[in-house]
Write a protein that binds this ligand. Structure first.
Ligand code: C5P
Length: 230
């Protein structure tokens, strides 16, 4: 089960990231986002990968197709999973996928449908029409048509996505909060158990582990909560 969890290394530098990793069991996946990537760069990503961690590089590329394909080419052989914004459109998604296939062990390419911090009101204010679930399902389908391996999405949309795209289409789910944990800036949240029961393939968990007084115990509790659903 531990291989289905990616801990979000949302830290400003490698010292803090490594201090956390030293407290966690091997086998857990790590998600490296913009904050750490911009400070430590690709060499750090490679180092983590060479230590045996599965690396999800969360840089959420979103640009014209050629630029995104070029960016994907720079990182594709250094991670196991990376992502692009579905809002970039089909041509951009296809170009990104094609770029991943040029390396020996292509990373899984995951589309970001809609940020989990976007509420229904935020969605309307950025010009979105219809409800969030429809928009997410539409974008997930677009990602599948473009050949992507799955999507990042909230637990609340996992069932609809699996229904529309099939069970093999991966769902990577942030916004996971064990009971009693603070939601922080996340809006569409679910407990680890709910996320797994709905069919999520991978859980991305940051603060409930990284800010815990005892990160190893926080992870252990999460694993305990979801172990019956293996
Ligand atoms: O601390 P928390 O558990 O909220 O961390 C969630 C992580 O997942 C953060 O690194 C955030 O950037 C990322 N993420 C997200 N929503 C998305 C895509 C990524 O929260 N749609």
């Amino acid at each position: 089960m531990i291989e289905r969890i990616y801990v979000a290394l949302d830290f400003p530098n490698k010292e803090q990231a490594e201090a956390l990793l030293n407290k966690l069991p091997k086998g857990i996946g790590v998600k490296i986002g913009l904050e750490l990537f911009l400070k430590e760069g690709l060499d750090f990503v490679k180092k983590i990968r060479d230590c045996g961690y599965n690396v999800f590089l969360d840089l959420k590329f979103h640009d014209i197709p050629r630029t995104v394909a070029a960016a994907v080419s720079q990182v594709a052989d250094s991670c196991n999973m990376l992502n692009v914004h579905a809002a970039g459109g089909k041509e951009m998604l296809e170009a990104a996928k094609e770029a991943t296939l040029k390396v020996n062990k292509p990373p899984k390419l995951i589309g970001v449908t809609l940020l989990t911090s976007i509420s229904e009101a935020n969605w309307q204010s950025i010009g979105g029409s219809g409800n969030i679930e429809e928009a997410v399902a539409k974008r997930a389908f677009l990602c599948q048509e473009a050949g992507l391996d799955g999507v990042v999405t909230s637990t609340l949309e996992v069932e609809a996505i699996k229904k529309r795209c099939g069970k093999d289409f991966l769902t990577v789910v942030p916004g996971v909060r064990p009971k009693g944990a603070s939601a922080g800036d996340q809006r569409r949240i679910a407990t680890p158990k709910e996320a797994i029961e709905k069919g999520s393939d991978f859980l991305v968990i940051g603060r409930p582990i990284t800010k815990a007084l005892d990160p190893a115990k926080a992870l252990e509790d999460i694993l305990e909560e979801i172990k019956d659903n293996e």
